[in-house]
Write a protein that binds this ligand. Structure first.
Ligand code: EPZ
Length: 418
């Protein structure tokens, strides 16, 4: 089994370049099913989720091949001969985007219920509500979502919960429906905008993505296009925290500073310096850092995908912090591992109390999920001695070349086979 070995104490310095956004590309790749002609998706992060989605396309009979590590060519004009393969779909949550795309183009979809990180219940009731509002019949049999429609008619859909997945999935399903669809209380994340921009690049007519009201005029046919994914705001935020964690000085390149605003402002509140410049941010700082309170919210609020990384930094600040996780029911599972370093944290439901300390020592820990997992590395960078991280497949799902990127900044981290 592969593990990371991290030796703490090195200051991170220098430059690191951010890859394409995981949560954008896991929507872009299924969205290519909708296209009528060849699509080329650029700036893909070379991560497990991307490889799985390409494999799902090929297994369906839609030819997809990597032109290079970061570019995927999809022969979208090919009609799939089968549904997404159950055992592959089970590996990643974003497979559910194939439902919206297949339903839109072929008026039917049979896709297994999603897998992915487990933060308590992760229902898809809002996805189904949207599909049904468009006229589809949706049933769940033997763990498979079966959706079908004679035709899809535009509708007004109010999301009871701000949901990235439901917003993207319903947007996909509405792209070729007859008439106008309005999604109200829509998610505003940058990756929602990225998928909308891709759909428009192949001929869709979508307005308002990035606001809480998205209007989709159904079109009858779509072409192909070459489209580059946005940079990953969460990968960028993770390296911002890594810089602060090691009291280093790191310039993070290929970012969109606006997407990082909430992360930047919370780091500054802690006394970390963040300087924005065009498509990069420079992060540097030295302890003691100020304890602050954080509440995760849908974009443009503080992202839930940065909650573990931020809490990990706060566990080394001076004083007590409160971290409220308002998006997911149970996203503090990683705390049991964080405590092994000597961190003084505890959680009750959706609220964690952090009592900062700098007296931290390396430990043997495991990844409970993607962001909790990367936080084990962050803590190891700042703990005395050696940290051994297992179950690192979680980290490989969302971070391209994390060992070489961190080593490039001076971290002492290696991947071993044990
Ligand atoms: C996406 O998950 C991301 N995953 C998550 O990133 C991210 O944490 C999340 O959005 C929030 O930003 C991908 O994009 C692949 P939601 P998603 O639907 O779409 C509830 C990472 O680390 N809800 O916005 O599944 C849900 O339970 C991953 O990169 C319903 O109740 O999240 C949650 O409490 C982790 N019914 C809240 O809404 C629904 O039908 C937000 O979930 C859908 C969601």
């Amino acid at each position: 089994m592969e593990k990371f070995i991290v030796k703490g104490g090195n200051r991170l310095e220098g430059e690191v370049s951010i890859s394409g956004a995981k949560n954008a590309v896991v929507g872009l790749i299924p969205a290519t099913v909708l296209a009528g002609d060849t699509c080329i998706i650029e700036n893909l992060p070379h991560i497990a989720d991307v490889l799985h989605l390409s494999e799902i396309l090929n297994n369906m009979g839609i030819k997809s091949e990597f032109i290079d590590k970061h570019t995927l060519k999809v022969e979208s004009g090919m009609k799939p001969h089968s549904d997404p393969q159950y055992d592959l779909v089970n590996k990643i949550r974003a497979s559910y985007y194939f439902i919206g795309a297949l339903l839109a183009k072929y008026k039917r979809a049979e896709v297994a219920l999603p897998g992915g990180c487990n933060f308590g219940g992760r229902p898809i009731d809002q996805h189904i509500k949207g599909f049904e509002a468009l006229g589809a019949k949706v049933v769940i049999e033997h763990g498979v979502v079966k959706a079908s429609a004679d035709k899809l008619i535009g509708a007004n859909i109010y999301m009871d919960v701000v949901s990235v997945g439901a917003t993207i999935n319903v947007m996909l399903a509405a792209t070729m429906a007859e008439g106008t669809t309005v999604i109200e209380n829509a998610a505003r994340e940058p990756h929602v905008v990225d998928v909308a921009n891709f759909l428009n690049s192949i001929g869709a007519n979508i307005k308002g993505a990035g606001t809480d009201e998205i209007k989709i005029e159904g079109v009858s046919e779509l072409g192909g296009s070459t489209y580059a994914a946005i940079p990953d705001q969460i990968e960028a935020g993770t390296y911002m925290v890594a810089a602060a964690m090691t009291e280093g000085d790191v310039t993070i390149k290929n970012v969109i500073p606006k997407h990082l605003e909430s992360i930047t402002s919370k780091l500054r509140e802690m006394g970390v310096s963040v300087e924005e410049a065009g498509d990069s941010v420079r992060v540097y700082g030295e302890r003691p850092y100020k304890a602050i309170n954080v509440k995760t919210l849908p974009y443009p609020g503080f992202p839930t995908d940065m909650q573990p990384q931020m809490l990990t930094l706060l566990s080394t600040a001076e004083g007590n912090s409160i971290v409220r996780e308002s998006v997911f029911d149970n996203r503090f599972q990683y705390l049991t591992e964080l405590i092994r370093f000597g961190a003084n944290v505890s959680a009750e439901g959706k609220v964690a109390v952090v009592n900062g300390t700098t007296d931290l020592t390396g430990a043997e820990v495991k990844c409970t999920d993607l962001r909790g997992g990367v936080s084990m590395i962050l803590m190891g960078l700042n703990s005395k001695g050696e940290t051994k991280v297992s179950d690192i497949r979680h980290v490989d799902r969302g971070y391209e070349n994390i060992v070489s990127k961190l080593r490039g900044l001076g971290a002492d981290i290696t991947r071993i086979e044990e």
